[in-house]
Design a protein around this ligand. Structure first.
Ligand code: CMC
Length: 392
């Protein structure tokens, strides 16, 4: 009873009004607060982008300095949280660690979980954006059995993260500026993408009044899935499995086969029915990083470029409008930066935390906001009477 629309996968349901991110999937356009993604990725720092997403405008110099100062004050995590890590198996997937540790922040920061208080909301946001790289780098360090590296606050957000991941005690560590720029771009490209699955999860969790740390943890859980944030890992695994250019046709054939569940990972998108604008920047960044680390002859890059070329001229992919998405080239790039595949989605989570928080803030500040409560199309048994066990 009642009147509602059935829309599996929410392909035509707008869940909210938003002023943050605009996508035109047919034209391949992505704007953060009106600014094209390529201009931001080329010119901004990550915290400048974060300011833009959170507050709606690019920061003036003193506003930018203010945000930087607030963020750097909060980059350390509570020392007691170190013990969390040692409670996990060392071979745990770092996304499992992220879901747990970020969720646990609400057990530590009681002074920033009252969502009715704007100052507490702001404090929770700053804390999460500041701590996410530290928490992620600790997950990585724990998995490889190395000591945690504390944040170095005179470095920029991306360079500091690389250092926390790759520096070791007693050895000088210099962040390569090409790699730091690549990391910064990757973070900017992943910072927001309107109402995708994880962002919708954060909004839905937040609509009940749940605290922001718990909401972001829910977003991380959703992001982990292979159809969402896990796709960069899946794309690289696929490229490595293909291994050489001569095996591509076999995989293209499988991807087109209706009776085979195999899909070309890193291809297709729910919204982009044209080239993903982020994929273009990612491809360029990928070449720069491979050059910087001396891997320009990487056979996997050759497979990727040839696969892209073949797919883009194949009727199946053209008709279904399946273009490479951001994840197609990000896996190769992240590998060249030195990250193991199970860290890829974690890096996505660091960046997307800014978008999740901006979206969560927008929702909480919207006076028309109500608890999210979708309906269903019931297809189960009609009403029937209980049957005692001996009579079944
Ligand atoms: N390879 C082969 N065929 C595909 C692919 C692919 N990668 N993607 C879609 N198709 C086909 C699909 O079989 C279907 O064919 P038909 O109409 O004959 O049944 C048609 O294209 C439409 O696919 P869909 O699954 O209905 O489209 P969707 O909008 O529900 O799914 C998607 C979008 C991204 C989940 C899907 O394209 C996919 O699984 N791609 C591979 C995984 C991937 O790269 N994901 C990253 C997404 S971007 C980053 C992010 O948002 O986290």
């Amino acid at each position: 009873s009642g009147c509602f629309t059935y829309d599996p996968g929410f392909t035509s349901t707008a869940s909210c009004e938003s002023k943050i991110t605009y996508i035109d999937g047919d034209k391949g356009i992505l704007l953060y607060r009106g600014y094209p993604i390529d201009q931001l990725a080329e010119n901004c720092t990550f915290l400048e982008t974060a300011y833009l997403l959170l507050y709606g405008e690019l920061p003036k110099a003193e506003q930018y300095e203010g945000l930087k100062e607030r963020i750097t004050k909060h980059t350390m995590v509570h020392e007691q949280m170190n013990r969390f890590y040692t409670g996990f198996r060392r071979d745990a997937h770092p996304m499992a660690v992220m879901v747990g540790v970020v969720g646990a922040l609400s057990a530590f920061y009681h002074d920033s979980i009252d969502i009715k208080d704007p100052r507490q909301r702001e404090m929770a946001s700053i804390r999460m954006i500041a701590k996410m790289p530290t928490i992620a780098a600790m997950a990585y360090k724990y998995s490889v059995g190395q000591p945690f590296v504390y944040p170095k606050n005179d470095l920029d957000y991306s360079a500091n993260f690389l250092r926390m991941c790759f520096a070791v005690p007693c050895e000088e560590y210099q962040v390569d500026p090409v790699l730091a720029r690549a990391m910064r771009r990757i973070f900017i490209l992943h910072a927001d993408h309107e109402q995708n699955a994880s962002t919708s999860t954060v909004r839905l969790a937040g609509s009940s009044g749940a605290n922001p740390f718990a909401c972001i943890s829910a977003g991380i859980a959703c992001l982990w899935g292979p159809a969402h944030g896990g796709a960069n890992e899946a794309a690289l695994t696929m490229l490595e499995e293909i291994g050489s250019v001569d095996r591509i046709p076999e995989y293209i054939k499988r991807a087109k086969d209706k009776n085979d569940s195999f899909r070309l990972m890193g291809f297709g998108h729910r919204v982009y029915k044209n080239y993903d604008p982020r994929a273009k920047i990612m491809q360029k960044t990928c070449h720069e990083v491979l050059d910087a680390v001396g891997h320009h002859d990487d056979p996997i890059l050759k497979v990727a470029m040839e696969l892209e070329r073949i797919a883009l001229s194949d009727d199946y992919f053209v008709q279904k409008k399946l273009y490479p998405n951001i994840d197609f080239y990000s896996g190769i790039t992240l590998k060249a930066l030195g990250f193991p595949t199970d860290m890829f989605t974690v890096l996505f989570a660091i960046a997307r935390t800014v978008g999740w928080i901006a979206q969560w803030m927008e929702m909480i500040e919207d006076p028309s906001q109500r608890i999210g409560r979708p309906r269903q199309l019931y297809t189960g048994a009609p009403e029937r009477a209980y049957v005692p066990v001996e009579a079944r």
